[in-house]
Design a protein around this ligand. Structure first.
Ligand code: GAR
Length: 215
C-alpha cells in the first residue's frame, strides 16, 4: 500500500495534529505524516510533533511583508518535501485564493461546528447564544470561501443545560480527535472522493441511528 505524504499545518496546541499522528502509526493507515508546519514558531504542537519523531518547520508569517510571500514560502516548503496532501488543524491564518487553488482537492480542515452553521470564529459561544441543542464538528475540503468547502465528515454532540463555551469545546474536541483521522483515512484510501464539488463515498452505512437532544 502506498501511503500519501501528508503535512499538518498548525498554529497552536496541536491536539488534532496529535490524533492524526497517532492514527498514522497504524501500518494499514493510508497516510503518513511527513511534516508538521506552523506559522508560529512558539506553537506548542511543534514540540509534540518533534517528540513523536516527525519533521517540523516554522514559517513565521510575521517575518513576511505580504500574505503572498508567506504563502510562497509555505508552498515551496511543502513541494520540496514531496507533500501530497494538507490537513489544517487549528491553523489560524486565512489562506489566499492562490494557495487554496494550488492545493484544490488536496487540502482539508477541521472546524468546530456543524457546517454550514457557525462559520468563522467563536463557534461555541455563538451556538450557545443561538440556543441550538445539537452542535459538533466538521471535516471539509478547503475552498476559497471560508469554511464553505465540500463536507467529508461530521460529528454531533448534545448541548446540555449549564454548558459553557469551555465545556462544549471540551465535549466537541473529543469528537474532533475521532473524526479527523477517520476523515483523512477515508480520503487517502479512496473511499471518499470529490465529484462535481461534493464528496461521494464508496461504502454504504447503517443509517438507523440518530442523536436526539434531549434524549
Ligand atoms: C480545534 O478545536 C479546531 O477545530 C479549531 O481550533 C482548535 C485547534 O485545536 N479550528 C478552527 O477554529 C479553525 N477555524 P488543536 O490545536 O488542539 O487541534
Amino acid at each position: 500500500m502506498s501511503r500519501r505524504r501528508v503535512a499538518i499545518l498548525i498554529s497552536g496546541r496541536g491536539s488534532n495534529m496529535a490524533s492524526l499522528i497517532e492514527a498514522a502509526r497504524a501500518p494499514d493507515y493510508p497516510a503518513e505524516i511527513a511534516l508538521v508546519l506552523s506559522n508560529r514558531p512558539d506553537a506548542e504542537g511543534l514540540e509534540r510533533a518533534r517528540a513523536a519523531g516527525i519533521e517540523t518547520l516554522a514559517i513565521d508569517h510575521k517575518a513576511h511583508a505580504t500574505r503572498e510571500s508567506f504563502e510562497q514560502a509555505l508552498d515551496s516548503a511543502l513541494r520540496e518535501r514531496g507533500i501530497e496532501f494538507i490537513c489544517l488543524a487549528g491553523f489560524m491564518r486565512v489562506l489566499t485564493d492562490w494557495f487554496v487553488e494550488s492545493w484544490a482537492g488536496r487540502m482539508i480542515n477541521i472546524h468546530p461546528s456543524l457546517l454550514p452553521l457557525f462559520r468563522g470564529i467563536h463557534t461555541h459561544r455563538r451556538a450557545l447564544e443561538e440556543g441550538v441543542l445539537v452542535h459538533g464538528c466538521t471535516v471539509h475540503f478547503v475552498v476559497p470561501e471560508l469554511d464553505a468547502g465540500p463536507i467529508v465528515a461530521q460529528a454531533a454532540v448534545p448541548v446540555v443545560p449549564g454548558d459553557t463555551e469551555e465545556s462544549l469545546a471540551k465535549r466537541i474536541l473529543v469528537q474532533e480527535h475521532l473524526l479527523y483521522p477517520k476523515a483523512l483515512g477515508l480520503i487517502c484510501s479512496g473511499r471518499a472522493r470529490l465529484k462535481a464539488g461534493r464528496v461521494v463515498f464508496s461504502e454504504g452505512w447503517d443509517a438507523g441511528g440518530a442523536l436526539h437532544s434531549p434524549h
